[in-house]
Design a protein around this ligand. Structure first.
Ligand SMILES: O=C(O)[C@H](CS(=O)(=O)O)OP(=O)(O)O
Length: 277
């Protein structure tokens, strides 16, 4: 993955995002999936059908620990062969921090072939010094580092100033992107209300002060959230916690090939809609 392409300023909203949908390898327009136990054959099907649309795949929570070594190795290899970054859930790193064995955890993740690591404190408490050390050490080990901001407990909203400070410090320490917590539910967590709608004031405040929205990955498991973020920020907004079964549908949303964003195709620059040439 090319990490150092220039990023757009936060307020460059792509009003005409098509046909500007970026292809892999890309530094924005990323799609991150949460995998809650796909088998090897399902993984093969997934990459065959949707490999070009997937940038990151997270083995959710502690699921990486429940596979045999050969299955885990196989899964990692399949994904990496399709240029998909693979990493264990942030929760597993948090468990390793709790146990005081995060260095060993990172070494074992590297050894088996994970290409990325998530540094989060959704459940545990992490002081800034250790957070920085985790990010830097993971970078030094050659991982692509994703950090995450937000708490998993429902209705706990970190003050925006605190979130901004964390985002800036994580990027400065070497995080490739910062994930905005949304969990699998997308409800009553992070920037989401109990019904899954986006807390617009929070997002506005975040964006007012960030240099680039491309530094963020929005966990957006619900279609309404994906649609709203694509409509607001364009087809190349970074989205996470997407269900593997929905990745093709999300790509349709990004490209205006679904009712909710169909207006994007009504654009003289949009190539004629043809199934095959
Ligand atoms: O996979 C994890 O560890 C969790 C899962 S969820 O987002 O809380 O549903 O996510 P993470 O964002 O990696 O902390």
């Amino acid at each position: 993955m090319t990490e150092f392409l220039p990023q757009r300023p936060w307020n460059t909203i792509i009003s005409d995002p098509l046909p500007g949908r970026f292809s892999k390898p890309r530094t924005c327009g990323l799609s991150m999936l949460i995998d809650k136990g796909l088998g090897i054959r399902e993984t093969l099907d997934l990459v065959e059908m949707a490999g070009p649309y997937i940038d990151f795949l997270k083995l959710g929570f502690g699921t990486a620990m429940l596979y045999s070594k050969s299955i885990l190795q196989n899964k990692i290899n399949i994904l990496r062969e399709h240029d998909i970054q693979i990493y264990p859930g942030g929760t597993l790193l948090e468990a390793a921090v709790l146990q005081g064995c995060w260095q060993e955890f990172m070494r074992s993740a590297k050894k088996i072939g994970f290409s990325a690591i998530e540094i989060s404190d959704g459940t545990i408490t992490l002081d800034r010094k250790l957070r920085r050390e985790l990010i830097q050490e993971a970078r030094n080990m050659g991982f692509v580092v994703l950090s995450e901001v937000g708490k998993k407990e429902t209705n706990v909203h970190l003050p925006i100033e605190e979130q901004l400070e964390t985002i800036e410090q994580d990027l400065e320490a070497g995080a490739f992107k910062v994930i905005i917590e949304g969990r699998e539910s997308g409800k009553s967590v992070g920037v989401y209300e109990a019904n899954g709608s986006i807390r617009k004031d929070d997002v506005d405040q975040l964006l007012e002060q960030l240099k680039s929205i491309d530094s963020l990955i929005w966990e957006a498991p619900l279609k309404s959230q994906q649609e709203e973020l694509i409509s607001r920020f364009g087809s190349n907004v970074n989205l996470g916690n997407l269900a593997p079964s929905e990745i093709i549908s999300v790509e349709c949303l990004r490209r205006g090939l679904r009712s909710d964003t169909l207006r994007l195709t009504n654009n003289p620059l949009y190539p004629p809609v043809m199934i095959v040439e």
